[in-house]
Write a protein that binds this ligand. Sequence first.
Ligand code: GLN
Length: 183
Amino acid sequence: MVVGVLALQGDFEAHAAALADLGAQPRRVRVPVDLEGLDALVIPGGESTTISKGIEREGLDAPLRDLVATGIPVLGTCAGLILLGREHLGALDVASRRNAFGRQLQSFEADIDFEGLGPMHAVFIRAPWVEEAGAEVEVLAEIDGHPVAVRQGNILAVAFHPELTDDRRLHAWLVEKAKVPAR
Ligand code: GLN
């Protein structure tokens, strides 16, 4: 199983390690040809503006939209959540607020309750939250009433960094979902 990790900027190594732990083969995605034959995709954190410029520069915008539309499982983390949303790729029907937790809380850790999975320790780094979500979006975790994990069909997007803890449950969701082809 080959899982692409968008590697224009941000956290390839930690995602790659998490995926390798689960027996999947991670692949750096930098140009459109890297998307060929993927079973699943990770859009990692970083700076959404920088990654978005990279997507434009490399001609990845349309190929990424097309790939996500095929129904392959996608995990977006932090900036990845922003990039999947309405303002960018438009695959996830959410508007997000960047750096939503403010200056005092640039980075923090929190124990959240993740729908269907239970308690989860989460690392937030200049994290967004979901400001508005469409009817098809399921909220899976919140902090103070602000959604920080959402799912819409084949897309799971979280405002935190699951690759920075030893908890592999979200990457496992991706890998397990990739084993059952979308119909
Ligand atoms: N603050 C970043 C942005 O707005 C996201 C931070 C992250 O991915 N850790 O793009």
